[in-house]
Design a protein around this ligand. Structure first.
Ligand code: NAD
Length: 352
């Protein structure tokens, strides 16, 4: 383990049911009076409602956010923000909307208030993924780290069960890779464990009652913890594979993470069983890959890339892409190993 690096993100982070109704206070506190509310088209009504409630301290809503932050959408949003003379950004939505806010901030340095409605965790990182001509690239820049995060569990109760589970497993993947990250510290490991424990304990309760505000708040605490790990330490095999599958085969983000996670864990557990063991202990099964697969299955998570729409014939191409650019991973990346991993994930079998 590396030196003990204390994680400090300089973000103002709040968890409270109904906190979205105090948004005006946060906007005024940062000295702003022309907030531009951002959303995807699917959440346009909620964004406009929020803008209406803000009254004179908003300049309305831009509702064109899209997954993977296409640069054309960012260009339109930038033009709009300039046209209305926005002095801060308010994002209401999942990682797609947060991505647009970060992309605008990269060019303008406008302060950002993020109100997350999924568990993706992007709000806690200085990382921005953007897509241009079908190619997704990622940058790390302090300008994109949001200043304020308002976690309102009442906003997440509408997240359907299947998305709650996939998004939760997406978040857990950040912490899992944090457990064996090359640049991990005692603090990052502790935050990763906290994030994992929040999801292990609260996702089953969310499924029983999606309107359980305490369980929803705990999932959001998990999202913040896992996102913080993502923003502070390097990721490995799992994130690289998901990046490849999402970018080259147009597979949905959270579901792809949910399917790959148990298999990536099983692959790396051969090299670092001790680092993954605490997660196995949390799930009462020392075979950590299998434990996470069974946990995901018990929650009704998608298990098969084939069912997600990936063609069997694309497995070889995915392996080619995944082994082309070498990157750090606790276990050596071998062609045969990745082929086996992807075959199992494609078929939805128990990880080996
Ligand atoms: P998303 O924002 O597209 O949301 C997924 C789906 O959930 C959408 O259909 C959306 O309409 C719906 N939804 C969101 N909140 C809802 C709610 N409360 N109720 C009902 N439906 C709701 O996707 P995501 O999985 O949140 O984020 C994925 C994106 O975020 C990807 O582009 C990914 O690359 C990015 N991401 C970036 C980082 C980073 O640090 N840069 C980290 C994680 C994810």
């Amino acid at each position: 383990m590396g030196i003990n690096k204390h994680l400090a993100t300089n973000q103002s982070v709040h968890f409270r049911a109904g906190i979205r109704n105090e948004l005006d206070i946060f906007i005024k506190e940062i000295g702003c009076s022309r907030a531009l509310v951002l959303s995807t088209p699917g959440h346009a009504d909620a964004a406009r409602d929020l803008a209406e409630k803000l009254g004179s301290i908003t300049v309305g809503a831009f509702t064109g956010a899209k997954m993977h932050t296409p640069v054309e959408v960012t260009a339109k949003a930038l033009e709009h923000a300039k046209h209305v003379n926005a002095d801060c950004l308010v994002s209401v939505g999942g990682g797609s909307t947060t991505g647009l806010s970060k992309a605008i901030a990269l060019h303008t340095d406008l302060p950002q208030i993020i109100i997350p409605t999924t568990y993706a965790g992007s709000e806690a990182t200085p990382i921005l993924g953007q897509t241009e001509d079908g190619i997704k690239t990622t940058i790390k820049d302090d300008r994109v780290l949001p200043e304020i995060i308002l976690y309102d569990p009442e906003l997440v109760v509408t997240l359907p069960s299947h998305l709650s589970v996939s998004s939760g497993l997406n978040a857990m993947a950040h912490s899992v890779e944090g457990l064996y990250a090359k640049d991990r510290s005692d603090d990052s490991t502790q935050i990763a464990m906290d994030g994992l424990q929040y999801f292990v304990s609260s996702l089953p309760d969310v499924l029983v009652n999606p309107e359980n505000i305490k369980a929803r708040e705990d999932t959001l605490r998990g999202a913040w913890a896992c996102g913080t790990v993502l923003g502070n330490v390097g990721m490995a095999l799992h994130h690289k594979l998901c990046h490849t599958l999402g970018g080259s085969f147009d597979l949905p983000h959270a579901e792809t993470h949910a399917i790959i996670l148990p298999h990536a864990i099983a692959y790396n557990a051969l090299a670092v069983p001790d680092l993954l063991e605490p997660l196995g202990a949390m799930l009462n099964n020392r075979d950590t890959g299998k434990a996470v697969w069974e946990f995901a299955k018990s929650l009704g998570a998608p298990l098969s890339l084939g069912e997600l729409g990936m063609k069997e014939g694309d497995i070889n191409l995915a392996v080619d892409i995944a082994v082309t650019n070498p990157y750090w991973n606790p276990r050596e990346i071998t062609r045969d190993g990745i082929h086996q991993l992807l075959r199992n994930a494609w078929a939805g079998s128990v990880p080996e």
